[in-house]
Design a protein. Structure first.
Length: 294
């Protein structure tokens, strides 16, 4: 503490000498700063004898020498004060070091993993991922997006049989045709059950009847309506075949244009070449067959 007070007194005496010489020459701190390239704030602290805010004492002594040389002050008393200032700095004892154990403990504390911050960052990352997932679900169009089937009346719903269970991949069984809507019970005689794997036949099917064969290439859904009957849906898988028999028309909506191959009475029906394009309300009838043949 005594050495620090001695440093302060020496710096104050040096500052008074330099300030008196500067004022005698009619110079300002800015003039001295521009000539010595020393910040005016440092020069002011030297003149006022303030240690706080100055750089290390070795740099401060260099500032004082340049300041005195610029003013032409070469007094032996000033040189002696500078020498004593350096000795006073060397005499100040270094701060005591902590024991090795305390230093190791401090190092462990500083290196401790900030678990609360890590947990908070993890929660933020999860939140960002969830928001991104929601945005993708909202703005990215789905390949299998489709409109819901049209609602049917209560009378129609009671007359339509329940759709059959999904068939295993590769099955060649035909999709049963849907009879025309009617609120009265059907009086047509029942036909004999077809053999396994054979396409289902409709009563009264003549030579002008339509047969639509759907060959699955990729997983895609198909919505169909036979002879203006209620719409039904089925999931087509690769190598799976479905057959639809109709008297007048078949309407199809296909989720992916490249997901199936389509044949009308044995002739391939062209579908859009764009991959995964939705084919909506495709009408296949006798006129379609005529156009394809011409």
């Amino acid at each position: 503490m005594t050495e620090l007070i001695h440093q302060q007194e020496l710096l104050a005496a040096i500052g008074q000498t330099l300030r008196a010489a500067r004022e005698a020459q009619g110079l300002s701190l800015q003039d001295v700063s521009s000539r010595t390239r020393i910040q005016a704030a440092f020069l002011e602290k030297i003149e006022q004898g303030e240690m706080e805010g100055l750089p290390a004492i070795s740099f401060t002594r260099g500032f004082i020498r340049n300041y005195a040389q610029m003013l032409g002050v070469d007094e032996p008393e000033l040189q002696e004060q500078l020498r004593q200032l350096g000795q006073a700095v060397e005499a100040v004892p270094a701060p005591p070091m902590k024991p090795l154990t305390e230093r190791l403990l401090d190092a462990e504390k500083s290196a401790a993993i900030p678990w609360p911050q890590i947990a908070l960052l993890g929660l933020l990352a999860i939140l960002v991922l969830w928001v991104g997932y929601l945005l993708v679900r909202v703005f990215l169009p789905s390949d299998t997006a489709y409109e819901p089937p049209a609602k049917t009346s209560a009378v129609q719903a009671s007359a339509v049989p329940a759709p059959a269970a999904p068939r295993p991949p590769g099955s060649g069984a035909a999709i049963p045709p849907v009879p025309p809507l009617s609120s009265a019970p059907s009086t047509a005689p029942s036909a004999a059950a077809p053999a396994a794997g054979a396409p289902a036949a409709r009563p009264g099917m003549g030579p002008s009847a339509l047969r639509v064969r759907i060959q699955g290439l990729e997983d895609t859904w198909v919505r169909y309506s036979v002879d203006r009957g209620p719409a039904l849906e089925v999931l087509m898988r690769p190598a799976e075949t479905a057959t639809l028999d109709a008297e007048d028309e078949v309407r199809l909506t296909i989720g992916r244009s490249q997901g199936v191959s389509l044949y009308l009475n044995g002739e391939e029906v062209p579908l859009p070449e764009q991959k995964n394009q939705l084919v909506a309300d495709l009408l296949l009838n006798k006129l379609t067959l005529v156009k394809m043949r011409n």
